[in-house]
Design a protein around this ligand. Structure first.
Ligand code: GUN
Length: 281
């Protein structure tokens, strides 16, 4: 059978269109979802992400409040801004783009966001809720986007052997949690894992979130596996590529996400979903 190339661009567009309709209805009831987006410093990648998040808000009809602060902003100033936004009624979601400049303690900042406005789902309260199986709160954006890609491709997670390569707080750990919540049997691998190849080769669903170009090669993949690539790596020739060697793995896979156009566009769509949720919670 031909490999399914999972179209994240199309699926994320579907989600944004569903949200746009939902927001139109909410506005008729006098509810206008609002998102505060905070960027500190001049990280070029962060600037692109933040601009895309604001564009998505505009498309869906979410009001965005933009705070672009200089690199020298102190931790106290940032904490003060978040404290104000926590108390601003029109702001339902608060997003602090990471990474922050080195002189600011990231954990302290994430802890200061009111958990009911934590649309990134980075606050330990929300991380904890995910881990005890609470289904009603925010879902972490990239991991939830991955689950959505799998489900909207009519792929079953229940009972499947799921292998996550990578253990970051933003992707590896939370996606493992969501797969578990969907009744997958989950193994998390990382840089110290022994027999990585053998473990990957057993995966029905393999999620690669390592940050190394073409790290997952065809000899690590089981025939008929579902391959989810979270990596975004820039090659010397300027091209983007994922953590999975797409060209050599795709014929073995039952389904695979491309880079770009796979998991990437889903993160913002799921962020928007959390913003709408925040406004009605
Ligand atoms: N930096 C990299 N990914 C993310 C994300 O999903 N949210 C925020 N706020 N910063 C990030």
């Amino acid at each position: 059978m031909e490999t399914l190339i999972i179209d994240g661009k199309k699926i994320s567009q579907d989600i944004k269109d569903e949200l746009k309709a939902e927001v139109e209805d909410l506005k008729k009831k006098g509810i206008e979802p609002g998102l505060a987006v905070i960027l500190v410093g001049n990280n070029p990648a962060s600037k692109v992400y933040v601009s895309n998040k604001k564009k998505a808000c505009e498309y869906i009809g979410i009001r965005s409040f933009s705070y672009e602060l200089p690199e020298e902003t102190s931790e106290e100033e940032l904490l003060k801004l978040i404290k104000d936004l926590n108390q601003t009624k029109e702001v339902h979601g608060i997003l602090v783009q990471l990474p922050l400049p080195k002189h600011i303690d990231e954990n302290k900042i994430l802890l200061s966001i009111d958990p009911s406005k934590d649309v990134d789902c980075f606050h330990p309260y929300n991380v904890g809720m995910i881990s005890i199986g609470e289904l009603n709160g925010f879902l972490p954006c990239t991991p939830a986007g991955i689950i959505e890609l799998i489900k909207r491709s009519q792929i079953e997670i229940e009972g499947k052997k799921c292998v996550v390569v990578g253990r970051s707080n933003i992707v590896g750990k939370p996606v493992a949690n969501l797969l578990l919540r969907n009744n997958g049997t989950v193994t998390i691998c990382h840089s110290r894992t022994k027999n990585l190849k053998e473990i990957c080769k057993e995966a029905d669903i393999l999620v690669a979130a390592i940050g190394k170009a073409n790290f997952i090669t065809a000899d690590m993949v089981k025939d008929g596996a579902v391959l989810i690539d979270v990596g975004i790596n820039r090659l010397e020739n300027g091209k983007l590529c994922g953590d999975i060697d797409f060209e050599n793995c795709k014929d073995k896979a039952m389904a695979i996400t491309p880079v770009p156009g796979g998991v990437g566009p889903m993160t913002i769509a799921m962020l928007m979903k959390n913003c709408v949720k925040a406004a009605i919670m």
